[in-house]
Write a protein that binds this ligand. Structure first.
Ligand code: FAD
Length: 661
């Protein structure tokens, strides 16, 4: 996801005015007409005027076509044009990489959703209830659940996926991959052998267990957020997309703490674009706080240290940086030759039927969520996730072995991850130069708790590998030498060995959050309020993973999309209300100041109107109008029991009971 300027107004010049006639269907015409020497020939289009004009600015290019092949999930990592390739400050972790952990981040339209593993997980109800209890009022599970449903087009409902927790008709296809290696199914069986009952839905009644996860794909083709949300809107007249444009800072009105546009760098030139309504930062957990800091919004001392004029002293910007963390364990399958998954037959299978190994991410689609012995809430809030690697039909291996006597043995990995890390780090500027990567200090394992959870998780992973089915059928054994100087697994899983192994073979996940934390202004670390507006600044929101106060219990793409769905609704509601207010004002001779918008409600009390966009129609049809689940009352939003009943949506948290084992 990227950076949005709402209702933009590119600085007009007489040259722009000449173009005015050609673009007179566009609302920006109306703005251009105001330039002194502009021909007044453009008829105003009232409908267009009423729409929000959106300019999306993206530092990278368009998403590459080949990124839609699930098996090539890693193909765009580590490339300057598609990956920001961030590295942390030196840690007592990632020692096999010299102590700096690599953090790939997607640099293209769609951001990380173009390079991620596509796994669809929402986290645990308790995550969101925790957000709400700790100051993010209106973000409890019951508040956010409808927004997960809104984006979803679940294709497996009825096949182990319950309609009670899922929906159809949203822009994002969610389904299991069409292909999975037999080994993945056998790991699920191994989980059962260890006493973890299988689960078919990690977003259903219970989120614990081992399963082949659902993924954001359409029958073997990746569905990035750009593909789901931007492409269908590509022909909209009120949307513009600017690629290869690096935003360097937000612009503010002189003497006022009000965002008026952004400055960006494109083709070596610095340019500016004005926003008459809002600037939205959706540059992700690393770049959104970086842009705020470069703009003079952040901790005063840090800004002054770099001679950046302070617009607003906001100490929380860049703080609260955290991420899932764990260890990567390597295993050899002694009974499996290391035959390449990508060969002419599998390539043909994909081309003809979008099936076979290329249509999936191999072992990466498998996951397991369990409790460590440190899990809280009586085991009802699981704290460990396992990710797997191997059986990729990846490109680039010149040695395609298909002969059965291939001497090389296959390797697979298990990453054992702590889902509720307590260590907190920070992000700050390295310099005032916008293209310099910021300082990233996650402080991995600062809290002993995280190390203890990962040690326990690693022990479970070794037990999993040693189950009868995996040992007998595959000859699965820990790969000798994987622990480097830490020693060998066969010498015993002592705390000392495991701690060393975890620091050496660290597995940082790609689920960084928290650097523009959502919370009330009384929270010293909060950066945005519950409407995602930056505290103390007018006309500036952050809408991305950085606003999450704590990382959810699972992968972060679906939660980020939920945040985006909510954020976009805040914006639309805000300006639809302004529009209604203006209409009423013109009819009754009242004031038409948009800042009064929030105080007005429309006839149904919700401030919602129909969206012109086709893709909203199924939602409106199935789900009525606006927020049927909410009635505004003096005490805040309340739930409509009848609506919940009709759509089988659980009303209380008790009914959505993530019962963990
Ligand atoms: C390798 C990898 C694997 C992952 N696997 C999964 C998974 O399987 N399942 C899951 O749920 N989650 C996964 N995630 C996490 C998930 O993809 C992210 O949490 C989510 O996409 C974050 O979205 P975002 O909008 O906050 O930021 P991003 O997706 O990072 O989007 C930020 C966008 O802003 C642009 N941008 C940044 N700075 C600027 C600037 N200065 N000017 C203009 N544009 C700018 C970027 O180029 C990018 O397009 C994975 C992430 C990675 C990196």
């Amino acid at each position: 996801m990227s950076l949005y300027v709402i209702d933009f107004d590119i600085k007009t010049s007489s040259k722009d005015c000449v173009k005015c006639t050609a673009c007179c269907k566009r609302a920006c015409c109306a703005k251009m007409r105001e330039a002194p020497d502009c021909p007044k020939s453009c008829p105003l289009n009232d409908a267009a005027m009423m729409q929000l004009l959106v300019l999306l600015i993206e530092a990278g290019g368009d998403e590459p076509t080949a990124s839609s092949v699930p098996a090539w999930v890693t193909a765009y990592w580590g490339r300057e044009d598609t990956d920001w390739m961030y590295q942390t400050e030196p840690q007592n972790a990632c020692l096999n990489e010299g102590g700096k952990c690599s953090w790939p981040r997607g640099k293209m339209l769609g951001g990380c959703s173009v390079i991620n593993g596509m796994m669809y997980m929402r986290g645990h109800a308790a995550d969101y209830d925790g957000w709400a209890v700790n100051g993010a009022a209106g973000w409890s599970w019951r508040d956010v659940f409808p927004y997960f449903l809104k984006s979803e087009d679940n294709r497996n409902i009825g096949s182990g996926i319950s309609p009670q927790y899922h929906s159809k008709g949203g822009p994002l296809p969610v389904q299991r991959f069409r292909h999975a290696p037999q080994f993945a199914h056998d790991v699920v069986a191994a989980g059962i052998e260890l006493g973890y009952p299988p689960t078919s839905d990690l977003n259903g009644e219970s989120i614990t267990g081992f399963t082949l996860a659902q993924a954001l794909n359409d029958e073997g083709s990746r569905y990035s957020t750009a593909r789901a949300y931007l492409r269908p809107a590509a022909r909209r007249e009120n949307l513009d997309v600017l690629l290869n444009a690096h935003v360097t800072r937000v612009l503010f009105a002189q003497w006022e703490k009000r965002a008026t546009g952004v400055q960006y760098l494109r083709d070596g030139e610095t340019k500016e674009v004005k926003a008459t309504k809002e600037v939205i930062l959706s540059a992700g957990t690393i770049n959104s706080p970086q842009i705020l800091l470069l703009s003079g919004v952040g901790p005063k001392e840090a800004l002054e240290g770099l001679n950046i004029p302070v617009v607003h002293d906001l100490p929380g910007v860049g703080q609260n940086l955290h991420n899932h963390i764990g260890v990567s364990l390597d295993f050899t399958l002694e009974k499996e030759p290391d035959n390449a998954e990508l060969n002419w037959a599998t390539a043909m299978e994909y081309m003809l039927s979008r099936n076979g190994p290329m249509s999936s991410t191999g072992m990466s689609q498998l996951t397991g969520i369990v409790n460590s012995k440190l899990a809280g809430a009586g085991g009802r809030h699981p704290d460990v996730q396992f990710f797997f690697g191997g059986y990729y039909a990846g490109c680039g291996d010149e040695t395609i072995h298909e002969e059965p006597d291939n001497p090389d043995r296959r390797h697979v990995t298990i990453a054992a991850i702590a889902l509720q890390p307590r260590s907190r780090g920070y992000l700050t500027l390295r310099s005032a130069e916008p293209l310099d990567p910021p300082i990233l200090q996650p402080n991995y394992f600062l809290e002993e708790h995280d190390m203890n959870v990962v040690m326990d998780a690693a022990r479970i992973a070794f037990r999993l590998a040693n189950t009868t089915i995996l040992r007998e059928k595959y000859g699965m054994t820990p790969t000798p030498g994987h622990g480097g100087d830490c020693g060998e697994v066969e010498d015993g899983l002592t705390d000392e060995f495991l701690k060393c192994l975890i620091r050496y073979q660290t597995a940082p996940e790609n689920h960084q959050v928290g650097t523009c934390k959502m919370g009330p202004s009384s929270d010293p670390v909060a950066v945005v309020d519950v409407d995602l507006k930056v505290h103390g600044i007018e006309g500036l929101r952050v809408i991305d993973a950085s606003i999450m106060p704590t990382v959810p219990t699972g992968n972060t793409a679906a939660p980020t999309i939920m945040v985006a769905e909510r954020g976009s609704e805040f914006i639309v509601t805000r300006y639809q209300r302004s529009k209604t207010q203006q209409t009423l004002a013109s009819r009754f001779g009242g004031v038409s100041d948009p800042s009064f918008g929030n105080q007005l409600t429309t006839q149904n009390g919700e401030g919602q109107t129909d969206s012109p966009d086709e893709r909203w129609k199924p939602w409106e049809k199935n789900w009525h109008f606006g927020h049927p689940w909410q009635h505004k009352s003096n005490s805040g939003f309340q739930h409509d029991e009848q609506w919940h009943k009709k759509h089988s949506i659980p009303l209380s948290n008790q009914r959505y009971d993530h019962n963990s084992r």
